[in-house]
Design a protein around this ligand. Structure first.
Ligand code: PHE
Ligand code: NA
Length: 450
C-alpha cells in the first residue's frame, strides 16, 4: 500500500482545520441564529458552549485521529470493538448529507457575488430575488460549479490540494472580514446594533432557555466542524510532536472570532437600513443583508466582496467534509483518491439537487444532519473516548505537551461527565424539535406537493 499522506507543515494543519471550522456556519448560519434567538442572549450561551463542550470535543476527535492515523470508520475499527466500531458510520453519513446541501447554499453565495457585481441588489424585491435565486435551474448549476471546485481541490490531495489552497483562503477570509467589520463600524446603525448584539438580557435567556440552549449547542457543533469526523481525519495526517490542546485552542478562538466578526458586519448594516434582524431565518444574509447593501453607496461592490468571502469560507469547509468521506474510501476500500473524490462529488451533487429545487429540503437535511447526527456522533465518541478507552486517550493527549500537569485528567473528567450529560439532554431536545418539523412544516409540504 502506498505511504499514507501527511501535512507538510504545522501551519498547514492549523490553517486546514481553521478553514474547515470557518465557513457558512460563521457567516451565514451564526447571524441568523442570533437573530432568531433574540440577540445577545444567544451569543452569551453560545460562547459558554464553545468553551465548555466545543473545545473538549475537538480534543476527543484529535486524540482518536492522531492515535489511529485512520479515517473515522477505520479509526473506530482499530481502537474499538463491537457496536463502537459503528460510530464511524454516523460521521461518514453526516458528512455525505451535509456536503450535499452545504454546496447548494454555497451556490447561492456565488449568485450573490454576480448580482453585486452587476449592481442588481434590490431593497424592495429582495425576498423575491432570493426565492428566485435559491431554487431552480440556476441554483442547480451553481451547486454543480461549487461541487466541481471541491472535487478539484480534494482530488489533488492533502499537501498539494487542501494544504496549499487553505494557505491562500484562510488569511483572505480573516483580512476581508476584519476590513468589512471596520467599515460597518462607521455606519449609522452601529450603536443600536452593538446594543442588540452585545448586551444580553438575562431574563429573556431564563424564559427561553429550552430553545436557546439546543440551538446554541447545534451551532457550536456545526461551526467547529464537530461530530462528523473532520477533526479525526485531519488529525490522522498529523505527527506525534504536536501539542493537540494548543492547536484545538487556536482553532476554537479563530472560529469564534470570525463568527463574532460576522455579527459585527451584519448587524450594523441591517440596522443602518432599518431592517429587523429577527424575522428572516436562513434567508438573513441573502435577503436582508442584500437589501441593506442595495441602500449603501458602492453597496454592489461591497456585497460582492462580502459574498465572495462567504464563498471562499464555504469552500475551505466543504473540502474538509469531502476529505472525511474520501479518506474512508481510500483507507477502507482501497479506492484511489481521484476516482473516490469524483464519484462522491457526483453522488453528493445528486442528493443535494432537491435542496436546490425546493427550500424545504434545506431544512430537512440541515435539521437531520446538523442538529441530530453531528451531536449524536459527538456524544457517542465522547462516551467511547471517556469511558471505553480512557487510558489511550490520556496517553495520546499528553504526547507533544511538555508540561502536561493535570490538563489531561481534567479534560478526561470533563468529557466523561459534564460533556456527556449535556449532550444527552441536547440531542434529546434537538430530536424533539426535528420531530416537530417533520410532523409540522414537512408534513404540510408533502400534503401540498404530493
Ligand atoms: N464548520 C463549518 C462551518 O462553520 C461547517 C462544517 C460542519 C464543516 C461539519 C465540516 C464539518 O461552516
Ligand atoms: Na464555523
Amino acid at each position: 500500500m502506498a505511504q499514507r499522506e501527511s501535512w507538510a507543515t504545522r501551519t498547514g494543519f492549523i490553517l486546514a482545520a481553521v478553514g474547515s471550522a470557518v465557513g457558512l456556519g460563521n457567516i451565514w448560519r451564526f447571524p441568523y441564529q442570533v437573530g432568531e434567538q433574540g440577540g445577545a442572549g444567544f451569543l452569551f450561551i453560545y460562547l459558554l458552549l464553545i468553551v465548555g463542550i466545543g473545545f473538549p470535543v475537538i480534543l476527543v476527535e484529535f486524540v482518536v485521529g492522531r492515535n489511529t492515523e485512520r479515517n473515522p470508520v477505520g479509526a473506530l475499527k482499530r481502537i474499538g470493538s463491537g457496536a463502537w466500531t459503528k460510530i464511524g458510520w454516523v460521521f461518514v453519513t453526516a458528512g455525505f448529507v451535509i456536503l450535499s446541501y452545504y454546496s447548494v447554499v454555497a451556490g447561492w453565495t456565488l449568485r450573490y457575488v454576480l448580482l453585486g457585481l452587476q449592481g442588481n441588489y434590490t431593497a424592495d424585491g429582495a425576498l423575491d430575488q432570493f426565492l428566485g435565486a435559491a431554487s431552480g435551474m440556476d441554483a442547480v448549476v451553481l451547486h454543480a460549479i461549487f461541487m466541481a471546485a471541491v472535487i478539484a481541490i480534494v482530488a489533488l490531495g492533502i499537501e498539494r490540494g487542501i494544504e496549499l489552497s487553505v494557505k491562500l483562503m484562510v488569511p483572505a477570509i480573516i483580512i476581508i472580514s476584519v476590513g468589512l467589520a471596520a467599515y460597518a463600524f462607521t455606519l449609522d446603525g452601529a450603536t443600536e446594533a452593538y446594543a442588540y448584539y452585545l448586551s444580553p438580557n438575562f431574563s429573556t435567556i431564563a424564559s427561553n432557555w429550552t430553545t436557546i440552549l439546543p440551538a446554541a449547542a447545534a451551532q457550536a457543533f456545526f461551526t467547529l466542524s464537530l461530530g462528523m469526523g473532520v477533526m479525526i481525519t485531519y488529525a490522522s495526517y498529523l505527527g506525534e510532536d504536536r501539542n493537540l490542546a494548543e492547536d484545538a485552542g487556536i482553532i476554537a478562538v479563530l472560529d469564534t472570532f470570525i463568527a463574532f466578526t460576522a455579527g459585527l458586519i451584519a448587524f450594523p448594516i441591517l440596522f443602518a437600513a432599518g431592517i429587523e434582524p429577527g424575522a428572516s431565518g436562513p434567508a438573513l444574509i441573502f435577503v436582508s443583508l442584500a437589501a441593506a447593501f442595495a441602500e449603501l453607496p458602492l453597496g454592489g461592490l461591497l456585497g460582492a466582496i462580502f459574498f465572495g468571502t462567504v464563498a471562499i469560507a464555504a469552500l475551505s469547509s466543504a473540502i474538509s467534509i469531502m476529505e472525511v468521506v474520501v479518506s474512508y474510501l481510500i483507507d477502507e476500500r482501497g479506492i484511489g483518491r481521484v476516482p473516490a473524490t469524483a464519484a462522491l462529488g457526483v453522488a453528493m451533487f445528486l442528493v443535494g439537487t432537491p435542496a436546490a429545487l425546493d427550500l424545504v429540503f434545506i431544512d430537512l437535511y440541515d435539521g437531520f444532519a446538523n442538529s441530530i447526527l453531528l451531536m449524536l456522533g459527538g456524544l457517542l465518541l465522547s462516551i467511547f473516548v471517556g469511558w471505553i478507552v480512557p487510558d489511550l486517550a490520556l496517553e495520546e493527549i499528553s504526547k507533544g505537551i511538555r508540561n502536561v500537569g493535570s490538563l489531561g485528567s481534567t479534560w478526561l473528567w470533563f468529557v466523561r461527565i459534564p460533556v456527556v450529560l449535556a449532550l444527552i439532554v441536547l440531542v434529546a431536545l434537538n430530536a424533539w424539535d426535528y420531530f416537530g418539523f417533520l410532523t409540522g412544516d414537512f408534513a404540510d409540504w408533502l400534503n401540498t406537493n404530493l
